[in-house]
Design a protein around this ligand. Structure first.
Ligand SMILES: *[C@@H]1O[C@H](CO)[C@@H](O)[C@H](O)[C@H]1NC(C)=O
Length: 125
């Protein structure tokens, strides 16, 4: 293996353990609020998230407060972030999923009204 591959390998392991520790410390310490509602975007450990997150968990979860404070739940189908229509991308307003700008020609949508500013998106089903 070339040295940079080895380096990447170690980096991934290191990141995995760090994120894993964060997950153990902060999420499972508190009980899941099963009937809660995800709040997007939410802030968690210095990051801002517009969709459910994984963080070394088998399931994706979300925060129930704008800033995570121990209230959380695992995401089910209806919890994941939804497309936001219409949204602004480059100079156009889109009211449906588009393949514009996608390298693979797959349809995507923005998770906020202003893609140019927020740059959060997901692929459409
Ligand atoms: C955070 O969300 C939970 C669940 O919705 C709620 O009970 C709690 O009051 C919220 N905390 C704050 C500070 O708003």
């Amino acid at each position: 293996m070339a040295w940079h591959v080895v380096f990447l390998w170690f980096w991934v392991f290191w990141l995995h353990s760090v994120v894993g520790q964060n997950y153990e410390e902060t999420i499972t310490h508190f009980p899941e609020v099963k009937d809660g509602k995800c709040v997007f975007p939410f802030r968690y450990r210095g990051g801002t998230f517009h969709d459910c997150v994984m963080f070394n968990s088998k399931h994706r979860w979300c925060s129930l407060n704008e800033t995570y404070q121990g209230y959380w739940k695992y995401c089910s189908e209806e919890d994941f972030a939804k497309c936001m229509f219409p949204f602004w991308y480059r100079r156009l307003i889109y009211s449906e999923c588009t393949d514009d700008g996608d390298l693979f020609g797959k349809k995507w949508c923005s998770l906020t009204r202003n893609y140019n500013k927020d740059k959060v998106w997901k692929y459409c089903d």
